[in-house]
Design a protein. Structure first.
Length: 144
């Protein structure tokens, strides 16, 4: 199996979802434990494992989002217009957080970030969530 940035983003969303449900005290240890879990699942499914730049790609996103969580959540609260952040599903919250982080802090173009986020939320959650994620991230990208 060829690992792509898409796969790295999937790993990052899995980690961010777990972190949302059980906030880690030690982010590096949490990431290391997450890789062990992903590797064990990956081996049981006969796939390759995270290596090199794509592993780093996922780790940078997870550490970045968790490191700027209060700032990102503040941005999301403003963008959600009369909607409580914690009324969103856990996956939607994780995808939006990573999308905001990528638009704000990475060199990935906003349209690519938005497209990837829409695909991720469609894969991990519901096609109905696509509209929400697209609208919120597009609104943020246009402001910045």
């Amino acid at each position: 199996m060829t690992v792509t940035r898409r796969q790295a983003r999937e790993w990052a969303i899995q980690m961010l979802t777990a972190a949302d449900l059980n906030p880690p005290q030690d982010v590096p240890a949490f990431i290391a434990d997450s890789w062990e879990e992903i590797a064990s699942l990956d081996e049981s499914e006969g796939g390759g494992s995270a290596r090199g730049k794509l592993k780093e790609f996922a780790e940078v996103r997870v550490a970045g989002v968790l490191g700027a969580l209060q700032e990102i959540d503040g941005i999301l609260v403003e963008l959600l217009d009369n909607w409580d952040l914690y009324r969103l599903g856990t996956v939607e919250r994780a995808v939006l957080r990573m999308g905001i982080w990528e638009i704000k802090y990475s060199d990935v173009p906003a349209p690519v970030v938005i497209n990837e986020a829409v695909d991720l939320v469609n894969w991990f959650s519901s096609p109905k969530s696509r509209t929400l994620v697209n609208g919120v991230l597009d609104k943020y990208a246009k402001k910045n």
